[in-house]
Design a protein around this ligand. Structure first.
Ligand code: C5P
Length: 220
């Protein structure tokens, strides 16, 4: 089959990553986690004395870190200046700062270019997950999916992932991050006009995977 480009967007806690990885693995496609790239640049800034409450400092530093993303759905990797960042980019500190960093246009321009070059290099096709893939990064994607779920379901999934986390606090942090991601000026979290919306609130992960695999199969 021809190389297919699948864009999967949506807010956090909708099962985007689990779904995207499983769909890529089942269909033999590459996989790119674009949220990990925004987390990686945020992690680098926190480690390198950049004041992430100051957009002009963020803009100046945006070009500095070298970010390399692996695209194997079985074990996606990410390095920053050659250092493995897959663990540290998931800390609460990075999670709470990433929306401010990713809202800065210089950061988005740089990371978007990186994402487009990775997608172009994936000869056999790729699943790319994020917030603005169908709208901005890959507007010509063959299939666009927009995953949603109720705030309660999303918070419950997230606190299930993060050990010892409190449901109310998780729910509040998640709602705050989605509001920041949806409300920013440059390339906000949004459903593309031609995306298929899948509400995952009442679905199991395998049902969501099956649904996306079927949608890709219809287009291929
Ligand atoms: O998907 P994940 O929760 O890891 O994404 C972390 C953050 O990266 C998001 O909250 C958002 O601020 C940013 N992001 C983005 N555009 C994308 C993917 C992620 O702005 N395409």
């Amino acid at each position: 089959p021809a190389a297919v480009i699948v864009a999967i967007d949506g807010p956090s806690g909708t099962g985007k990553s689990s779904t995207s990885k499983a769909v890529a693995a089942q269909l033999g496609l590459s996989y790119l986690d674009t949220g990990a790239q925004y987390r990686a640049i945020t992690w680098w800034m926190l480690n390198n004395g950049v004041d992430v409450s100051d957009p002009s400092e963020i803009a100046t530093a945006a070009a500095k870190p070298v970010i390399v993303s692996g695209t194997d759905p079985a074990g996606p990797t990410i390095t920053v200046d050659g250092e493995d960042a897959s663990g540290p980019i998931r800390t609460q500190e990075v999670t709470s700062k990433v929306s401010a960093v990713s809202a800065v246009p210089e950061v988005r321009t740089r990371i978007t270019a990186l994402q487009r070059s990775i997608a172009a290099a994936a000869g056999g096709g790729i699943v790319v997950e994020g917030r603005d893939i169908g709208t901005t990064v890959l507007p010509d994607a063959d299939i666009k999916i927009f995953l949603t779920a109720s705030p309660e379901a999303r918070a419950a999934r997230r606190s299930g992932e993060v050990k010892g986390s409190d449901l109310t606090a998780t729910r509040e942090a998640l709602i705050k991050r989605d509001a920041a991601d949806s409300g920013r000026t440059t390339s906000p979290l949004a459903k593309a006009a031609d995306a298929v919306e899948v509400d995952t609130t009442e679905l199991t992960l395998s049902q969501v995977i099956e649904c996306v695999v079927t949608l890709v199969g219809e287009k291929r």
